[in-house]
Design a protein. Sequence first.
Lengths: 479, 297
Amino acid sequence: MQCVLLASAEALDEAAEHAVSGGVTALFAGLLLAMIIALALEEKIHAKKSVIVGVFAGVCLILATAFQLLPLGGVTLPNGHEIEMPVYIPAIDWGVITIILGASLFVEVTSRSGVFTWMAISLTKKSGGDPWKLLLAYGILTVLFSAMLNNVTAMIIIGSLTGVSLSKLRRTDLLLGFLVVEGLLTNVGGLLTLISSVPNIIVGNVAGIGFVDFFLVAAPYVVVATAVTLWMGRRRFDIRGLENDEERSAAAGLVAGFDENESVTSVKFFWFSIASLLLFVVFLAGQSKIPVLQDLGMGFVALAFAGIVLLAYKHEVDKFYSAVDWDLLAFFAALFVVINTMEHAQVLALIGSGLEVLIGAGENLGTGLLLVASALASSVTDNIPLAAMLAKILGSHEPAYTSSTPYWWSVIFGANLGGNITPIGSASTVVAMTIISKYKLPLSFVGFVKVAVPFAAVQIVLAVVYVVGLTWAGFLGGV
Amino acid sequence: MRAGFGCAERGDEMDRLEQIDEFESMFRRSERESFVYVDLGIESVAVVTGDESNESVPGELRSFLPRIGDSTRWHTLGSGDYHNVAELLERIDAQQVDLLVTRRHLGEESLSPQHSLGVYLDELTQRTSIPVLVLPGTSRSPLPLPSAPCRRAMVVADHISGDHRLVNYGVRMCGDGGSVWLCHVEDELVFGRFVDVIERIPEIATEPGAALLKAQLLKEAEDFIASCIETLLETDRNLSLHSHVGMGHHVKEYRRLVDGHDIELLVANTKDDDQLAMHGMAYSLSVELIDVPMLLL
């Protein structure tokens, strides 16, 4: 990690020394724009993210090398040794890659224990089949699962259970409302911890925000935004509780038929997984304070825990390796390469100067404007390149921003919440729309926007007020 | 622009749908149909016969099914009381009975059928919701009911899961201290045809696919029967409850079970939501297991 930072810092210095013509910068800016458009049209052009960004990374590398923009040659390690390494290797933020790889492997294995479906079914039974209690339970679970797993898996688990349980309760009239609210909550849950979403990892990593610090800042907002979203969902979709004992008894009888232990194949592994999950969180929280681990980084913690739980399936680890989202990892690697070349081509400096206009509006207004701009941008395109680019720009600001600078949080909140404005704003809302379409519920693209915009607007306004409020109160600062 | 809006890239949408389907299956598998016990009331019984005498039937039935109770109202309908199915149904409807008792080949004694139940029994089972107790033998050659109270009843089905009424009637008819077998037999010929199809689908591995299908088919029945037993043990019914879940040829398997356990009463469901005619398994059992009293629902 230090090596990457060192290499990046050196590269930044060297890049600053380079005189890049306006034409070259414009060419690379055009490539960046084309890549962002291609990512937005990912499914139309029939190509995976990694392929799209990989192609752009290749083109960028060739052009950047041809224009002599890249610092070719050896890389100096912290111990002073110089090693030969292809220029695109130190461009990749391996800290982010290892966190995502380790965490996804860990979650893949622990979810095998049935712990997440057990939680979902247990809460379904606890709700007694009351629609309002069920919405509360599923809403809270969506937030927790988005925080612990990822927002796509959370939406798939909770969305599919919602379909099954509401069908059983013969309340499919409420299904659309449930799915929309759950879809909107996945992106709120993605804010809860440093590893809950990729923008959090990328921005947090560059900003140097610790796991605990991240949680302490994000958690109060997540609680409030979740409560407000659920309340709005109840009103918007007319989701009410059961009114009499007869209805309550009938509904309770129907959900009582679910067996939460069905998906628990081994009680021993079930408890092992719960213990591992708790320890994982404890170690992530304490990583920056624990000797040795503080040097090895959060990625090592994630990989180590993945290794520990894989021991339980040591004879079939290949199954879990194949379940890793290699497209996503390759996409990140290629994206870091693209951003690195953009940096050398002065494109980031150009965008940064535009960003200065927003930030220059003053600490509070700048924070709010940056948050709203990030949200709007991520509503129509992938929030990961956006977060990576903005993090890189903010990270190279002179004088350097501290980890408590509110602009980091503007990018984090904006990149996550922007996904709620349109159904293509985030992968989890796409999943929600897939389930809605599967059940042949009437909701078009425009229909989703009409329904979701009031929720997203309230969440974004709340976020602006919250981040500005924390800055005003002195909890954030250092601009 | 993306999945769900009509112009999606199909591969990605299929991947998502597969994942959603996987979890939906997992949650559906966790659904258990919990048995609900109901102590069914039988306050009025109609004995429908043809030309043969029906005077002794109520007495024999009281002895065979002592739980019907002494306060039950009995009605007897002989060949002179009706001339066609419509008239018979009208009479039954007027008397509001809880149980019909009759024989195979009612009114068709002269036809000597061997591969049918007769028009009246067919119609009675399908056009009323009243359970029909079919006495052993036929109208032409009636067989006597066992003289001792029924203590060995068997509930038979090819889809027992969720059939609360079927189980409740089986339990209702069995005498105190008796035994009730709750049985579910999956037709192995039908299953074999599914496996034949699976064998022709390269995307499904044949052996694991067939094994999973079989396991799930039987598991649903096992789970429901387990729920029945658990619930019934909590009631005041003094019964010994047994389970049989497996694959086989319906008639052969139930013949074997009836003989093996000396079953005195078979309880089967004849209604089929998808058709007007009697459920196939119930019909074949009713035609072939002629020597055993049967309660057809």
